[in-house]
Ligand binder design. Structure first.
Ligand code: SF4
Ligand code: SF4
Length: 404
C-alpha cells in the first residue's frame, strides 16, 4: 500500500524515460571546480559530470543499479552551483530531484524516521507550530540546546498573520500589494524574522497580506526525496494563485524557489530583499563604525533563483559597514537536510568557508544571509567550535528592521 508521502516505485531505473536530459551533458568539466563535493574529495564520481554519467549509464542499462551509484547520489549537496557553471544548460537540479525521489521510492535510500515525521508534520502547519512550541520557547528564553538554533526572540503565541493584520490596520500602507509566504520552519521556529519582514515591508509602504490557507512550499520534500509535493503545491496554488497582488514575497531563498515552481509564473514570486531593492528601502541610521557585517549568498538565491545577489542599496540601507564574505558564492554545506544526512561532509565544507571568521575584523562581527537553513548552518560553525571568535548570525531583513 502507498501513502501520499510514499509514491509508487518506478518500474525501471531512474530517468529511463528522460535520456535526453542526461544526454545534454557534453562532459566539458566546467562544473567540477565549483562542486563542493568534488573539491572535498577530488573524486570524479563525486562531481556533477560523474553523477550524470552514472545515472545515464544506469538509465541506458549499461550499469547495474548498485550501491556506488546510490552513495554518489547521496553525496550531492544539491547546491546547484553546477547549473550556474554549465555552458550547455544541463538542468542538473531537475535531474537530481527526479533521481532522489526515485531512489527513495525504490528504497535505494531512506531519509529515516525523524525526517519522515518532520515531513508529515510540515504538511500541517498548525501541528508543526505546536510541535515546535518547546523549541520556540527555549529560543525565546535564550536557551539554545542545539547547534543549529541561532539566537532570537520569537513570539510564542501570536502568529505572523495576526501580527501583520495589526500592523496593517495601524499604518495603512498604500503602496504595492504583496502576499507573504510565512513558511513552515520559519513560522514555527524563527518567526521573529517573519515579524521583522512584515515591519520592514509596511515601513516601506508595502501592503502585506498573508493568505491563511498557505502551507509548506515543498522544499523539505525536495531535499529529502519524500513524496507529497504535488499536494503542497496544489494547496499553495489555491492560496496564492488567484490573489490580486503585485508579487508573492518570500524571505527564504529555498522556500521562494520551491514556491516559484508551484505557482509556475501565474504570480511572480520574489525574494523579499530583491523586491525591496527595487523600491529603495528606508535606511537605518549609521551604526557603530567598528561593527562589520559579512554577507553570505545562499545557493538557492544565486543558483536556484538565478539572482545576482542581495541588492547593494539594501545592504547600504542597513547602516552597517558591510562586505561580501570570502567564498560568498560557495555552498556552506547546509543543503536543506544535507547537514543532517551527511554531517562530516557538511562540516568540512563549512570549515573551509567559515575559517575567515576566526580573523575577521569588526566588533561585533555579524554574519548575514537570507535563508534560515544557511543561518542554522552558520550558527553551527560557532556552536560546534569551528569558529572561535564570537559572531552573531542575522537575516539581512533583520538589519533593516525599524525595531532591530
Ligand atoms: S548540486 Fe552542488 S554538490 Fe551537487 S553536483 Fe552540483 S555542484 Fe556538486
Ligand atoms: S559543465 Fe555542464 S556540460 Fe559540462 S560536464 Fe558539467 S554538467 Fe556536463
Amino acid at each position: 500500500m502507498t501513502t501520499s508521502n510514499q509514491p509508487s516505485p518506478p518500474a525501471g531505473p531512474p530517468l529511463a524515460n528522460d535520456l535526453d536530459l542526461l544526454a545534454s551533458c557534453v562532459h566539458c568539466g566546467f562544473c567540477l571546480e565549483v562542486c563542493p563535493t568534488y573539491k572535498l574529495t577530488g573524486d570524479e564520481n563525486n562531481s556533477p559530470r560523474g553523477r550524470l554519467r552514472l545515472w545515464r549509464e544506469e538509465a541506458e542499462g549499461r550499469l547495474p543499479q548498485d550501491t556506488w551509484t546510490d552513495f554518489y547520489t547521496s553525496e550531492c549537496v544539491g547546491c546547484l552551483a553546477c547549473e550556474s557553471a554549465c555552458p550547455a544548460n544541463v538542468p542538473y537540479g531537475t535531474i537530481f530531484e527526479k533521481v532522489r525521489h526515485e531512489h527513495v521510492a525504490a528504497k535505494r535510500s531512506n531519509p529515516g524516521f525523524a525526517l519522515r515525521l518532520a515531513s508529515k508534520l510540515a504538511a500541517h502547519q498548525s501541528l508543526f507550530n505546536l510541535a515546535m512550541l518547546p523549541a520556540r520557547l527555549l529560543r525565546k528564553m535564550g536557551l539554545l540546546p542545539h547547534r543549529f538554533l541561532f539566537a532570537g526572540n520569537p513570539a510564542a503565541a501570536q502568529s505572523t498573520i495576526s501580527y501583520a493584520k495589526q500592523l496593517m490596520e495601524r499604518h495603512r500602507p498604500t503602496g504595492p500589494r504583496v502576499a507573504f509566504l510565512t513558511g513552515c520552519l520559519m513560522e514555527s521556529l524563527f518567526r521573529e524574522i517573519n515579524f521583522a519582514t512584515v515591519r520592514v515591508l509596511i515601513e516601506n509602504n508595502v501592503q502585506v497580506i498573508i493568505p491563511p490557507e498557505q502551507g509548506c512550499c515543498g522544499a523539505f520534500q525536495e531535499h529529502t526525496g519524500l513524496g507529497g509535493i504535488e499536494e503542497l503545491q496544489a494547496r499553495n496554488r489555491r492560496a496564492f494563485g488567484l490573489l490580486d497582488v503585485d508579487a508573492v514575497v518570500s524571505n527564504s531563498s529555498g522556500c521562494g524557489l520551491a514556491l516559484g515552481k508551484a505557482l509556475s509564473g501565474d504570480v511572480p514570486v520574489r525574494d523579499v530583499l530583491s523586491f525591496l531593492g527595487e523600491i529603495g528601502p528606508k535606511s537605518r541610521p549609521r551604526r557603530d563604525e567598528k561593527a562589520r557585517v559579512y554577507v553570505d549568498l545562499p545557493c538557492h538565491l544565486i543558483h536556484g533563483q538565478k539572482l545576482p545577489g542581495i541588492p547593494t542599496n539594501v545592504l547600504n540601507a542597513t547602516g552597517y559597514n558591510w562586505e561580501l564574505a570570502p567564498m560568498a558564492r560557495d555552498c556552506c554545506g547546509s543543503g536543506g537536510v544535507y547537514n543532517i544526512q551527511k554531517p562530516e561532509n557538511s562540516r568540512e565544507i563549512l570549515a573551509r568557508k567559515s575559517a575567515f571568521l576566526n580573523d575577521a575584523v569588526g566588533d561585533p562581527v555579524i554574519l548575514a544571509t537570507s535563508n534560515h537553513v544557511c543561518m542554522m548552518q552558520w550558527n553551527s560553525a560557532r556552536a560546534s567550535g569551528l569558529v572561535k571568535k564570537p559572531f552573531t548570525v542575522r537575516h539581512v531583513i533583520q538589519l533593516l528592521d525599524p525595531e532591530g
